[in-house]
Design a protein around this ligand. Sequence first.
Ligand SMILES: [Zn+2]
Ligand SMILES: [Zn+2]
Ligand SMILES: [Zn+2]
Length: 478
Amino acid sequence: MAMNTSTENIKVVDHKINYNNLVFYVIDTTNSILNIDHTMGYDAIILDASDPEYARIVLKKIRSHYNPEFYLKPVFLLNFKETKDPLLNNMHDGLMTSYDQVVSMSEVAKRIFLKTTQLDNQLIPSFEGQTVKKVLNYMYTRDIRTLKPIVDLNSSIGYTYPELSINFTNTEEPQVLEILEWADREGLIWPDFYERVYLCNNCNSGALSYREVCPHCNSANSKSEDLVHHFPCAYIGPISDFQNNIDSSLNCPKCNKTLRHIGIDYDKPSVIHHCNNCDQNYQDAFIKSKCLSCEDDIDVKYLVPKTVNIYKLTRKGRSAATSGFLSSSLEVDDIFGTINMQTLRIMLHYELEKVKESPAQKTSIALVHLENIFELYNKIGKKGERKLLEELVAVVRENIKSSDVIAFESSSTLYLMLTNTASENAEQKLKNLTALTENLIKKNFNSFKVNLLYKVKMLDANKKAEVQLQELSKDFFA
Ligand SMILES: [Zn+2]
Ligand SMILES: [Zn+2]
Ligand SMILES: [Zn+2]
């Protein structure tokens, strides 16, 4: 019996296919949608898309994961049906109609792996930087050069950029525009005008209902009529003044003549509106737009216009995936009650001089890292992030001495210098601060559970400040 050699080896055993030194894992509706983390270790995923809703949720889980092992994983869709969903349409690596196609998909997977090994893995210390790097990594491994907006009824602004938007919920889409503006400022992408959208000035939603309203009472309950101007007698009035109940002829209420030809003996110079709510007549209606999200009724001139661009990667953007990039601004520098890292180094230097002179004086340094805080920044946006950091500083400030200092290295990492504090006391202090901070975030940010980690070290009089900071960070992150 003749058998196709390629299909001979392709068997699905316990959700797995071994082929060409790769292990493909098949995810279908028999897998729990809640946890797909166990698929992390496989080389590629075959996702059964016969149920598009299920496939969408799983694909989003994979691609929005923070771990590159996960979000860069080759994903192939099996039994894909045509859909309008930009996410399902754009965030897969190939479509399969049968398992035999594992043969060609294994080549695709290997190509993606090879590119993955070329990526730069340095962490970028800002939410925007981290998000953009993730997108650039994905684009690089898939040979994508442009970020295109796609019409999406589910997006709160009407458009979505799948490669970036997948990291956000539909209502967070306005943040996607902010991230793109940031990447543009950083010189990573180059904008080309595509379309303009108008957003609610209260909640940034683009789901707006426009209508003409009465300028006196804002009601949309009105009827409109043509105004008629009868030339022979100069009478002007709404067309209903000229109409009768019997036929369609028009008769002038002033001179009783029958109107003949429009443009000859009469014309219709404009339209008149009558408000059924306040009973007033008016000629120019206001145009208002009601936000379907927050229900604010906004004068159209106060809507927020936003340009939706097609973005091309710049040279810097193209090389950023493989060689990293430095963000030009660390916006955590100027939070009240903190100093910047440069000043911290200088202060540590003088503190060391003091410790050398009087060895009884103990000073500790601590590194505090909010491990999963970007998940929260993701939700609360730039303003929320800043507010959180300000509140955090206020809490820490209340619990340390005025001679102690706080310096942010990034919006997820900060350093403390605790004067006259030996390491046991410092340890205790940090423990308290951790509890207070966790509580603060939990209380103010929708029960978010922050993973707060810290490390404390006593200053060593015989080592340079710079070196001690490096050691602390190395001990911590290694
Ligand atoms: Zn009115
Ligand atoms: Zn007349
Ligand atoms: Zn709104």
